[in-house]
Design a protein around this ligand. Structure first.
Ligand SMILES: [Zn+2]
Ligand SMILES: [Zn+2]
Length: 251
């Protein structure tokens, strides 16, 4: 005979099945209760977004032998203020759709999946054991007010880097035009003087890991890394969920 607790438990489970179903976070088909986040089709499509081998200097996907001492074939002529970059994947569907949805609409629903992607990728980063501060890419207060949250701060808080503190002393002091609407040269110019560190910051001699959702041209990461180095940071690493602009022409 069922105990009262067993009977209550199965009653609650039936109720849950009646009112709550597990949906694929990507394509919205109903999935089994114990399927994790996505349907099998979306999991296999996502598999193509996660890279085994990426350039430690620019984050673009490269072949296993494509890493040269000064970057990869794509980035040798580029100048970066950050020392190294790591990423979870490349910015293409369906990962790109998840990141856009996360930023614009479905924060709480998508966060656990993106956190898992971020944690497993950052764990493999070369700099994993050398970080003093994890710093989210700041949003100007006006953008933050519109969106209600900073997506990079969610990612920064969720990755677990040993002994690294969460730090928000890098701030955006000037609102900038939407970066996707301008050319690469304009982006760089647009960003000059847009970031600063707070008085009383503690970046002197420290290794900082900047966190962002996407690297497109790298202009924003680069400008922030420059500001952090000017504030005395020893090394600046970058971690992003996805790297766009896989080919030079995409920039
Ligand atoms: Zn799906
Ligand atoms: Zn590269």
């Amino acid at each position: 005979m069922k105990t009262f607790l067993q009977a209550t438990g199965s009653y609650l489970k039936n109720l849950q099945q009646l009112f709550w179903q597990n949906y694929c976070r990507c394509c919205n088909v109903v999935i089994a209760e114990d399927d994790k986040y996505f349907c099998s089709d979306c999991w296999s499509q996502l598999g193509y977004c996660f890279v085994d081998s990426f350039c430690r200097r620019c984050g673009r996907e490269i072949s296993a032998f494509g890493q040269l001492p000064d970057g990869c074939a794509h980035c040798q002529n580029e100048n970066f203020h950050f020392d190294s970059i790591a990423c979870a994947g490349i910015y293409k569907e369906p990962l790109s759709n998840l990141i856009v949805k996360f930023k614009l609409a479905d924060r709480t629903y998508l966060l656990p999946a993106l956190e898992d992607f971020a944690r497993s990728a950052v764990y493999k980063a070369d700099f994993f054991n050398s970080v003093d501060f994890v710093v989210p890419m700041p949003l100007h207060w006006r953008r933050r007010f519109q969106r209600g949250f900073n997506q990079s701060a969610f990612i920064a808080k969720s990755i677990k880097i040993p002994n690294a503190g969460f730090n928000t002393d890098l701030v955006k002091i000037r609102h900038t035009q939407d970066q996707t609407a301008v050319t690469f040269a304009e982006r760089k110019k647009n960003l000059q003087g847009a970031f600063a560190v707070r008085n009383g910051h503690n970046f002197e001699g420290k290794n900082v890991c900047l966190i962002d959702d996407v690297k497109t041209t790298g202009a924003t990461l680069n400008e922030c890394a420059k500001v952090l180095k000017e504030a005395g940071a020893q090394k600046v690493f970058a971690f992003v969920l996805a790297v766009a602009g896989q080919k030079d022409k995409d920039n």
